[in-house]
Design a protein. Sequence first.
Length: 244
Amino acid sequence: MNKEIKLFIYKIRYPILLLLSLWVIEAADTFLHLGLSVLGIYPRELSGLPGIFTAPFIHATWGHLASNSIPIITLTSILVLFYRKVALQVITMIIIGGGFCIWLFARPSYHIGASGLVYGLIGFIFFIGIFRKNIKTTILSLIVLVLYAGSVESLFPNVEKNISWESHLFGFLVGMIASFIFRNVIEDDEKAFIQAPSWAGEVSTKAYFLPRDTFEKTKIQRYYEYLEAERQRMERERMENNLL
């Protein structure tokens, strides 16, 4: 394994650990029959409030976890690689903010899974490119748009049975809000895109084909100037002749 690959894996170590923890939790739930689904968010019940912190780590089935795994590792890796300064704050905001909205407004059922975090990261990465408007963030926004444009339908109800569309919707909205809040937190590698070029402060001398006041004078004024110039020219010629 070469040095570049080792460095890349080191940089995304936290997304890898997050994904591994999700699989370990699902394995423990399945083989030990723990019934962890009751640790999800149950709206408007005090007993469901702790689920705000635990629901993203619990999945109903292996298929549920598998469908979230690639988006989780992809989007969290983008976050820690390109938005390092705000990565932890964004994830925390999506989990707590999105989870609290689910607790307030969602259907009375246990809401579990990391899909709320997935949609929150989609919202953040997409809208941060709109707000910051530099090359790096714009390219990342387009990448997310291409990869996950088909997921938009899951933001609305009755798309698929037993799917927590509320988690998707509120996660996405909180991610969008987070992108607005952190729009001015510029990463070190973005500074080159917002600094003025070295030649921006240089003062250039413009050359004009016609005098700048050409169209500011009337014809009679220009005629008098012409006569005056001719008189001065003839006067100089006469003086030169006298000297000879």
